[in-house]
Ligand binder design. Structure first.
Ligand code: PHE
Length: 346
């Protein structure tokens, strides 16, 4: 038996040494240590041996078994390392070869400027608000001092939605300006207030290079005690100077909007020609920028604010026009075209 054990050990050793891959090592393991292996069978028979024989054969068979287990384990480790290296070598790639270039998306020019505008106004203490694009007639018109029969409704050609909301709120419309959010914000937060509202607006309009049915505005609203248009002039000069990165002047002209009194139009000094006159400013040195004015007492009342206690100003400018001016885009329709040749320039 002793000899038999030695023979098993030597044979196993030889086979393991010659083994070249993990699969055959597994087979060897089964062959020499498995349930049906010679060694296992031999160990089963130990119980039939005489006590003297047991003393010798017992420990010896254990030694042989441990020896084979250890040998298999070290060989397995070495074979595994070999296999990993083989794999790495076969997958080796040329790190100097040029890779595949994937196009990265980027923010639309309109959103880029919108974020800049939001940042500047936030830094000046304004909160950024939002409102629905499908609006009630009430918020879009009546609440802003534009009654149903008022000729001012013709100033903004409207897309009406079929559904009627209620008697008080009238039909649904695609909002023609961001001004309805003035009343919504006053109702929700009361006075004092300092907000801007960037958003998408819609007008029933024939499209051409400077008109589109869909464009973007930014509304501004400031309500507090002892507020005057001088504050508006200061805020807008500061805002435009920060946006364009150089000093910009602003001027007021009278203008009419039913929801402000007095109403004004605000122009800023032409940055292209430094007020000398060019094609951008139509030779005037000034660029028409936005409508504004002191919030009409009726609008304050719509928002639940007492006009005797508080006053304020509001403004609305075209974000789309600002983008066109900033980048010298001469056709408004490009901005919503989704044309990548256009968009990839920004
Ligand atoms: N809502 C006006 C427009 O769309 C702009 C405006 C806003 C004018 C606020 C005055 C005050 O033309």
């Amino acid at each position: 038996m002793q000899e038999n054990l030695k023979k098993i050990q030597n044979q196993a050793l030889q086979e393991i040494d010659q083994c070249k891959d993990l699969k055959s090592l597994q087979d060897i393991e089964v062959k020499y240590l498995g349930r049906k292996s010679e060694l296992t069978e031999l160990m089963h028979k130990l119980k039939d041996l005489s006590p003297e024989e047991k003393k010798v054969i017992g420990p010896l068979s254990n030694e042989v078994k441990t020896y084979i287990i250890k040998k298999i384990e070290t060989t397995r480790g070495a074979l595994e390392a070999q296999e990993i290296e083989k794999q790495l070598n076969s997958e080796l790639f040329d790190i100097t070869a040029p890779g595949t270039k994937y196009d990265l998306g980027h923010i639309h020019p309109l959103s880029q400027i919108q974020y800049e505008v939001e940042k500047i106004f936030s830094d000046m203490g304004f909160a950024v608000m939002d409102g629905p694009e499908v609006e009630s007639e009430y918020y879009n018109f009546e609440g802003l001092n534009i009654p149903g029969d008022h000729p001012a409704r013709d100033m903004q050609d409207t897309f009406f939605v079929k559904d009627k909301m209620s008697d008080r709120h009238g039909r649904l419309v695609l909002r023609t300006h961001t001004s309805p959010v003035q009343v919504r914000t006053m109702e929700k937060y009361g006075a004092p207030l300092r907000v801007i509202v960037p958003g998408r607006v819609f007008r029933y309009e024939a499209t051409d290079a400077s008109h589109d049915t869909t464009f973007y505005q930014v509304e501004g609203l400031l309500i507090d005690k002892n507020i005057s248009l001088a504050h508006l002039k200061g805020v807008m000069a500061e805002f435009l100077s920060r946006l364009f990165g150089k000093e910009v002047k602003v001027r007021f002209r009278p203008g009419y909007f039913p929801f402000v009194e007095p109403g004004i139009e605000l122009d800023f000094s032409c940055l292209i020609c430094n007020e000398k006159g060019c094609s951008v400013c139509k030779r005037t040195g000034w660029v028409e920028f936005m409508g504004a004015g002191m919030v009409h007492p009726n609008v304050l009342k719509s928002g639940g604010i007492d006009p005797k206690e508080y006053q304020g100003w509001a403004f609305g400018f075209g974000l789309t026009r600002l983008v066109m001016m900033r980048y010298g885009i001469d056709d408004i329709r490009l901005l919503q075209s989704g044309d990548l040749r256009f968009l990839q320039q920004f």
